[in-house]
Structures are given as C-alpha cells and as structure tokens.
Design a protein around this ligand. Sequence first.
Ligand SMILES: NC(=O)N[C@@H](CC(=O)O)C(=O)O
Ligand SMILES: [Zn+2]
Ligand SMILES: [Zn+2]
Length: 431
Amino acid sequence: MTVLIKNGHVVDPLTKKDGVYDVLVEGKKIQKIAEKIDEKADRVIDARGTYVLPGFIDLHVHLRDPGLEYKETLETGGRAAVHGGVTTICAMPNTKPVIDSREKVEAVHERAVKESPAHVIQLGAVTCGQEGKELADIAGMAAAGCHAISEDGKSVMNASLYRKGMKEAKKAGISVFAHCEDITMVEGGVMNADENAKRLGLKGITNSVEDVIVARDILLAKETGVRLHLCHCSTKDSVTMVEMAKKEGLPVTAEVCPHHFILTSDDIKEDDGNFKMNPPLRSREDVEALRMGLKNGIMDVISTDHAPHSEEEKNRSIEKASFGIVGLETSAALTYTELVKTGVLSIMDMAEKMSYNPAQILGLTEKGAVAEGKIADLVIFDPDANYKIDKNTFFSKGKNTPFDGREVYGRVEYTLADGEIVYEYQDTRKV
Ligand SMILES: NC(=O)N[C@@H](CC(=O)O)C(=O)O
Ligand SMILES: [Zn+2]
Ligand SMILES: [Zn+2]
C-alpha cells in the first residue's frame, strides 16, 4: 500500500521540519518527503490547510481489558485512540486480573495486534496484583516488551519494596511510571481541598497528598538510577520538584493531562461525577504552573489518563462516582485550542509533547517523527475545524467527560498506523 499526502504542513520534532511538503508512505514507512512528489500511489490525500504530525503516543491509558470489558476493550479503546490521532497507547495494568506476569503481558500484546487499530504497549504492575506486598515478575514482563512498570491507580506505599522494584526495572532497562498519591493522607477526599469542596459539602484532597510522593519517588530514582516518569501531575509543587530533579540531571520526566491544564476546581458548578478524577482538578495557581511548566520544557509530555467507566458508575454524585474521565478523543483538540491557539505552545511543541518526547521515554527510535525512513504513524490534523465536543461521537465505551459541549478547534482528519489509514473523518452531519 502506498499513500501520497499532498501539500500538508509537516511538523517534525526530529529534524525540526516545519513547512509545506508532500509525504510518500510506502508499506510501513515514510519513504520520501519533498516539496513536490508526483509518484503514483494507491491513495492520494489532499492535505492542504492541515498539519501532518507524528502519530500521538499516549503514555497513560486505561483499556480495561482483560476483565473490565464493560468499560472498554482493546478494540473500542484502540478505535477511540485512532479517532483522537493516537497511534501508540501505553495500557495501564490495573485490569482484572492485574497485569503482573510475562504471560499476561504477552497475551494482551497478541490480542492487541488483531483487535486494536492503534499499537498497544502493555505496562506491567510493580507488585503482584498491585497489592503492594511482593514484586511482580519485572524482568519477565520487560522481556515481553513492557517498556515500563506502573502501579497506577495507587502508589507503592512501602518505599523499601518500591526501591527494590526500581532496581529491578533499572536492571531490565525499563522505566517506572509513578502515580503519586499518599493513600494514608487522602482521608476520604473526593475533590480538591478548597472553598468549593466546602460549598459542595465534600471532603478535600490536599496538594500534599501528591507532593510528598513526588518528592519521595524522585529521591528513590536518584538513589536507584531508574528512569522515572511522573504520571498526571496536578500541583505547582510537582512542577517545582521536577524542575529541581532536572537541574540535578536526574532521569526524571513528567506528564500533564488536558483536564489538569484547562479546568480548575471552580469549574465544578454542581455535584457532577464527570468532574471526578484522581488527582482532582486543582486551583488556578496550579493550572498556571502546569501551563508554564509545559511552556518552558519542565513538563515533557501531554498524556490523557483515559479512564473509561460506565454511565452507571459516573452518573452519581461526586462522592459516589468512580474516579476518572476519558481523554483519547478530545486531547488533540483541547491541547490545540487551549495551548497552541493561545500561544502557550507552538504546534512543534505540541508534536514534541504528544509524540516525540513519549517516543524518547519509551525508547521508540522509529517513532515520534515525520522523517524519511521512520515508521509511518501519522496524523493529519485540521486546525481550523471548529465544533463542539459531542460525547456521542466517541468510539470509546466511556462517555465520562467534563468537556461535553465545549467548543474546540482542531480535528483529526486521517490517522495512519504502520502506513495504513486506520481512521478517516466522515462528516455524518452532512448526510
Ligand atoms: N485517574 C483516575 O481517576 N482513575 C484511574 C486510575 C489512575 O489513573 O490513577 C482509573 O483507573 O480509573
Ligand atoms: Zn494514576
Ligand atoms: Zn491512570
């Protein structure tokens, strides 16, 4: 299969190419990029007025498969991913059962090739069953192609055990993705600890619940030398600590999710479970620090923490609802609208944070770039498309988003994975 993408604005974080080019895709690879390519192709895409970006790599996704298929599956999550321009997903291991062995990683990888249009990298848990008691088979899972271990959903509270896990990960050449939350300090909190929580009569989660574990995990990474990636950072002190770690030259990276750089706790007007996630929406000050962190390069990655739940689990009060919101199908448009259109990031920065930097963290040298010889995982993105987010257009089983009805700019027109067109926008409203 050959695909010729004509006159698109190529944005390549690897070569820093940033201009209008033709791109020829042959088989799985980007064959040629030039000002004018006239070769014949099976498919010609007119990309005038759109950006040609490297396929997004989402380091933080919950596919819920195996065991929680009523929330999401490899197939529905994969389809949601390519709808959002995401061509590689890191699937968190908090499934049923928890992914904590070589065989379980291999089983997901085998199925994902058949069932998901996006590439899936299954992450392994740090401890067996995420019970925090004994280490999972970290070496075995690394051998099965899990590029990182993570206890996401919680922290490994036993620092000694976590340190041992980090040493194993370091030995196996993989990273640790850290969910930072001191569970002993949550004390029943369900949203940010502030005036709005008081108004709603809900228990609060303070910033220190996150911050003390960020500090601990950075220190443990310093001691063990493991590559540490901090998940869903939500506080201004997290940004400060990541900056300190980087100044010291520690192998620490960090991600921010769109909801944390867009919404504040004050956006929770009524008791609505779709605004409940972990960590919670924070203050304006935190949001500004996260935006500045992204702008000045302290925060490396934009990921979604796509966390689908059923209607029944989310259409409850904040106290009773499950933690988590979906993100795969809204992340590109929200990032473009809120950060690129407003001048916080350039389109090149967006490509770096959503694709190139995640590829670097995972060690995927053939991905994250629109360059000759690289894998043709690509997104064709129309920055001028203006519409309202409609959860009913999601391919995900999860419709749990606080962004339903929000006006955005930017739409994924085509997604290519391994040189195949795996998603193509169809304007059903015209029919
Ligand atoms: N973020 C969430 O609120 N929920 C996640 C768990 C997690 O990412 O910690 C989930 O698995 O539902
Ligand atoms: Zn988490
Ligand atoms: Zn998560």
